[in-house]
Design a protein around this ligand. Structure first.
Ligand SMILES: NC(=O)c1ccc[n+]([C@@H]2O[C@H](COP(=O)([O-])OP(=O)(O)OC[C@H]3O[C@@H](n4cnc5c(N)ncnc54)[C@H](OP(=O)(O)O)[C@@H]3O)[C@@H](O)[C@H]2O)c1
Length: 314
């Protein structure tokens, strides 16, 4: 294992300088790592635009953040349900209308381990629809503003990318055959990660190297993820694993690093570098070759543009 570029303790938010004048757009900030990332960015003086599906939860989140950090923090919320393409398109339009710059778009929100095959209103398996297609469309629509801002796109993946069938099931993307919660979640996270490296390739090909795209994951962090969408059994299994996990705050470090750290190598994969990549100092670590399979990534990208009807023009 190579040495951590940030030293023994790995990357921590102490490295973030004053973020006055910077704007971060984050999906899913009502709990978990997204909430912690928003809190830390605001505490450093950044402006944060939160994209959440539940307006009441978003309002409560703002109240909680203001209670801790003061009334004058620059936080706002736009309603967006990643599981509905119409909602994603509406939210993206509102961002483009009201937000003058995006230094980083952090694609953090997700659902996980959905016990039974469920389809989104657009007809996709729910984890693929929310985690992957929702963010694919959001990124494409916000890309012009991110490009104008010389900003970044940060994708929060999961070590789950390596726990399913390790490729994209093109002949049965919705898992009409053999649905399992784990395989479907894993595919959505693999798709998210593959699209980061495919985006890098496409940006390089057209010389748009001012925009950076990063893939990271939070390890195993104590958040609401399994409570929100997992089965009772899955919740029980995850509760047994609690002693092996880390705080939601630590889980936010990789995405914070990818959103703010200067001169970070895009080709790496970032997350905790300790036991099983669940916990430990944050830095770059190994990614399995199937996540960087260019032929699969290209096919997925083309399919995604056709499925969503959204073009990146890259
Ligand atoms: N926790 C872990 O150990 C772990 C491990 C690997 C990867 N991850 C990844 O880490 C990221 C953050 O998850 P977390 O663990 O912090 O979970 P979390 O506490 O459940 O937070 C997930 C956030 O996503 C939002 N969300 C869910 N569905 C949405 C939708 N359709 N539209 C918009 N927002 C939606 C949730 O909003 P609501 O409040 O409305 O539900 C919540 O704000 C995810 O990408 C997840 O895959 C987590």
């Amino acid at each position: 294992m190579k040495a951590n570029q940030f030293g023994k303790k790995g990357w921590t938010p102490d490295r973030i300088e004053n973020l006055d004048g910077k704007t971060f757009v984050i999906t899913g900030t009502t709990s978990g790592t997204g909430f912690e990332a928003a809190r830390i960015l605001l505490s450093k003086g950044a402006k944060v635009v939160m994209l959440n599906r539940n307006p009441q939860k978003a309002a409560n989140t703002i109240a909680t953040l203001q209670e801790e950090l003061g009334k004058d923090i620059a936080v706002s919320a736009i309603q967006m349900d990643l599981g509905e393409q119409a909602s994603v398109k509406k939210a993206a339009a509102e961002v483009l209308d009201t937000v003058p710059q995006i230094d980083a778009l952090i694609c953090n929100a997700a659902i996980a381990q959905v016990p039974k095959q469920t389809l989104t209103v657009d007809g996709w398996e729910s984890q693929m629809g929310v985690n992957y297609y929702g963010h694919f469309t959001l990124q494409a629509l916000l890309f012009p503003l991110i490009e104008k801002s010389k900003g970044r796109i940060v994708t929060v993946g999961s070590m789950g990318y390596d726990m399913g069938i390790k490729t994209i099931k093109f002949d049965d993307l919705n898992w009409d055959q053999d649905y399992t919660a784990n395989n479907a979640y894993s595919q959505s996270k693999l798709a998210q990660i593959m699209s980061v490296y495919e985006l890098q390739n496409r940006l390089k090909e057209v010389g748009k190297t001012d925009v950076k795209a990063y893939a990271c994951h939070p390890g195993a962090s104590r958040t609401s993820l399994i409570k929100t969408s997992g089965s009772l059994l899955m919740r029980f299994i995850f509760s047994l694993m609690t002693p092996l996990t880390q705080s939601a705050e630590r889980g936010a470090y990789p995405q914070l690093m990818c959103a703010t750290e200067k001169d970070l190598d895009q080709e790496e994969f970032y997350g905790p570098t300790g036991r099983s990549n669940w916990v430990g100092p944050v830095g770059a670590h190994k990614i399995e070759p199937h996540a960087k399979d260019k032929a699969v990534a290209k096919k997925l990208w083309e399919l995604s543009e056709a499925e969503t009807g959204v073009q990146w023009n890259l």
